[in-house]
Design a binder for this molecule. Structure first.
Ligand code: GMT
Length: 381
């Protein structure tokens, strides 16, 4: 198949899923083109045979900001004219699903071969951005007009059905996120000190300052027990400064390490005892899955699709979203008993292998594409 993939060039989340999907499809022999306004970090590190198209557009005084979305659409049309695509797969509803639908329509007007639009919903495109009145009508259109819509968890599919009135004519297919089990794998060595790690974009929804407060509470108890622990924070974003301020105010700067953006996630995750995720919303929690594949147990909040990934009490622990004391108490237990936490990490690796293996999940996308483009295909895959 000839597949075009559109994504945000993000360090985590949808940009990672789109890049890993592109690389796996290309590895399976498909011709794959990835379109973005910058180089997605996962692709930058890979020699995989994906053709990357970065389109940023040209600044012009009339434009308030450079409309890179228009430049990306033009780029796809240019390619489609000479090497027609079968499927254009948009990751994140806005703007990519709209861009893909525009390309489909422009191709039809120009008498070019038809292409099918697949839209994958990732979470905030429905729960935060898509729900905002300034974007909701267009998000509704993306859901209704795409040839196929997928969501990364049952929870996100249910929220989409609940939040948007117009249906996806062919339903919403749940295809979970996935992980490369050869890249994210246990290392066998644990850090010297019991270690919790968090990786994110430090947006408000991730609640990193709240997590640092909980860690400070846990340290008080661990200190009384004559134990210690460390928290490693990886990534950058709007709440980094606030998280740093709380660490300083609580007097725990020596136990909280801020690493900034890093491209060595498997190496950082494998030696950690625990991955922490304190989000108020999380459609799936890809970073938690990557930690699980690396053999690291998860402490998370019971929100969105997280419980579809982490089995409470087996591969990690989940606490209610506003229960900061409960989160701190779990930190004490999990960092204070490394053997029990290592057993959970082992179970986490098993779950990642059984349910979220990249090779298996990518087959679901391949079947979806085939169901759309096969000569005998009906209106729905
Ligand atoms: O978490 C973010 O803010 C980034 C966002 C994205 O679209 O890149 O992540 C969402 O998509 C990921 C990949 O499907 C999911 O694993 C995350 O759970 C989801 N984030 C939220 O729902 C907050």
């Amino acid at each position: 198949m000839r597949v075009g993939i559109l994504c945000h060039p993000t360090y985590g989340g949808s940009g990672v899923v789109a890049s890993e999907l592109a690389l796996t499809l290309a590895g399976n022999g498909h011709s794959v083109h990835l379109f973005s306004h910058d180089v997605p970090p996962r692709l930058e590190r890979s020699p995989g045979p994906v053709e990357l198209h970065v389109a940023q557009g040209s600044p012009y005084p009339l434009f308030h900001s450079t409309p890179h979305d228009l430049a990306i659409m033009s780029r796809i049309l240019d390619l489609h004219r000479v090497e027609p695509l079968d499927v254009l797969h948009a990751h994140y509803a806005l703007p990519h699903a709209i861009s893909a639908l525009m390309v489909r329509s422009a191709a039809a007007s120009a008498g070019l071969p038809p292409l099918k639009v697949v839209t994958t919903l990732h979470g905030t495109d429905i729960t935060l951005v898509g729900n905002d009145p300034s974007y909701a009508p267009l998000t509704q259109y993306a859901i209704t007009a795409s040839d196929a819509v997928t969501a990364v968890s049952e929870d996100l599919a249910a929220r989409t059905r609940a939040n948007f009135e117009g249906p996806a004519p062919c339903g919403i297919h749940v295809i979970p996120n996935f992980v490369d089990l050869d890249e994210f794998k246990p290392s066998g060595d644990r850090a010297d000190v019991p270690t919790a790690i968090h990786i994110s974009n430090f947006r408000r929804v991730k609640r990193v300052p709240w997590m640092v407060e909980a860690f400070a509470q846990a340290l008080e108890v661990l200190d009384q027990q004559g134990k210690t622990a460390e928290l490693i924070l990886v990534g950058d974003g709007p709440q980094l400064g606030e998280a740093r301020r709380i660490a300083r105010d609580k007097g725990i700067c020596d136990r909280v390490k801020f690493l900034g953006l890093r491209n060595v996630l498997p190496e950082l995750l494998a030696p950690a005892d625990l991955f922490c995720l304190a989000s108020t919303e999380e459609s799936f929690g890809l970073s938690a899955l990557e930690a699980m594949a690396a053999g690291t147990a998860v402490l998370g909040t019971r929100v969105g699709g997280v419980s579809e990934v982490v089995e409470h009490g087996i591969s990690g622990q989940l606490v209610e979203v506003d229960d900061q004391e409960g989160f701190a108490a779990q930190l004490v237990q999990l960092l204070g008993d490394r053997d029990r936490t290592a057993a959970m990490g082992h179970a986490a690796r098993e779950r990642a292998t059984a349910r979220f293996d990249r090779r298996d999940v990518v087959q679901s996308y391949e079947k979806l594409y085939q169901g759309l483009i096969a000569p005998s295909a009906g209106p729905c895959p």
